[in-house]
Design a binder for this molecule. Structure first.
Ligand SMILES: NC(=O)c1ccc[n+]([C@@H]2O[C@H](COP(=O)([O-])OP(=O)(O)OC[C@H]3O[C@@H](n4cnc5c(N)ncnc54)[C@H](O)[C@@H]3O)[C@@H](O)[C@H]2O)c1
Length: 326
């Protein structure tokens, strides 16, 4: 099958491309290397795919570049490209609305004119539910961050393109972690700080609870969407939830070091609790999470130990080098 993966140089997209190529599919990747974390890190995410028979990369910006050539002969689109993360979505809304909404609209327009495309899988988020995101797909959608608002709007845009014949499946991912996790995400920051003997900032009371999804389980659920009934939406979450304190305790045990903690006020838009009821995904597609939280965290720590250079690249980046302003 010929698949297009947008956001292919990102955390989840690069893992998905590897799995698709490994399963014998032909993959076209699109990524613009949006530099809110270092381009070098995203290029390294593509390391395994470079030169792989079956993978072709297009450095294209979905907001502005022509997309028709990349879509030629494509049968399935996995749309993962987005500006993720909530903190920056308060301060750079144009970037979020353009990468999450305009980009999605341009892609959908190109897809509806490409008759070979049989399904369009959209990567959404638990953030569409809002402060309390514990339950199944019937939970009300009340996002509390601009990020969540743009992702929900993009979901609705996909739904509106169903009217024009685009076959859509929506996946709502819940806090994905594991090797190559984005450097702005909590577990990445915690592990890098523990290994580097740096302080860890905990926002709010640390009692925020997350349903956690190991990257391989997230990719397996995304692959399962190839068989999903058209028009459905699914929560994608691992089977275990944990508070910030639970996670820090586990990471201290794995790394063998106590965390140096600093506390800051809760961040606006932070979800209080998330946990995915995935019964529908299991019922329809037989998917179940396979990786325990302890195993997944241990694998992420092992990966960090092997890729220390990334932490220094991110730290240099955070000090202002290579920053591109929009
Ligand atoms: N990581 C999570 O825990 C999580 C949770 C819920 C939902 N999601 C969703 O999953 C998807 C992937 O997330 P991720 O964590 O891998 O993020 P990521 O930032 O690592 O990957 C996203 C990629 O999209 C690319 N991109 C953004 N705008 C683009 C544009 N206009 N044109 C071309 N490329 C563009 C970026 O350069 C980046 O490489 C996103 O849609 C995100 O909203 C992620």
């Amino acid at each position: 099958m010929k698949c297009l993966v947008t956001g292919s140089a990102g955390f989840i997209g690069s893992h998905l491309c590897e799995r698709l190529v490994g399963d014998g599919h032909t993959v076209v990747g699109i990524d613009a290397f949006i530099p809110y974390y270092p381009r070098t890190v995203k290029e390294a995410n593509l390391h395994f795919l470079h030169g792989q028979h079956g993978y072709t990369h297009h450095t294209l910006d979905l907001r502005t570049d022509p997309l028709e050539a990349a879509l030629d002969g494509v049968e399935v689109v996995f749309h993962l490209a987005a500006m993720p993360g909530l903190a920056k979505s308060w301060t750079d809304f144009d970037l979020y609305q353009s990468c999450n909404l305009t980009a999605t609209q341009r892609l959908l327009e190109a897809v509806r004119k490409t008759p070979s495309v049989q399904r369009f899988v959209y990567a959404s988020t638990s953030s569409v539910y809002g402060r309390f995101s514990t339950g199944d797909e019937t939970m009300p959608t009340r996002p509390i961050s601009p990020y969540g608002v743009t992702k929900l709007a993009a979901e609705n845009l996909c739904r509106s393109y169903e009217e024009l014949g685009v076959a859509v499946i929506v996946l709502r991912y819940f806090s994905v972690y594991g090797p190559r996790q984005r450097p702005d995400m909590g577990y990445h920051r915690f592990i890098a700080a523990l290994l580097g003997k740096q302080p860890i900032t905990v926002y709010g009371d640390g009692q925020q609870v997350r349903g956690n999804t190991y990257i391989d389980d997230c990719v397996a659920a995304t692959m399962a969407a190839l068989q999903a009934p058209l028009g459905e939406n699914y929560n994608v979450g691992g089977g275990e939830s944990a508070s910030v304190w639970d996670i820090l305790g586990k990471l201290e045990a794995i790394v063998g070091r106590r965390a140096i903690l600093s506390k800051e006020a809760a961040r606006a838009g932070d979800q209080r609790s998330t946990y995915a009821d995935t019964a529908k995904l299991r019922r329809h597609l037989g998917w179940e999470a396979q990786t325990s939280l302890d195993d997944g965290l241990a694998r992420q720590v092992a990966w960090h130990r092997q890729h220390v250079w990334r932490s220094s690249a991110v730290a240099r980046f955070a000090r202002g080098q290579n920053v591109v302003n929009y």
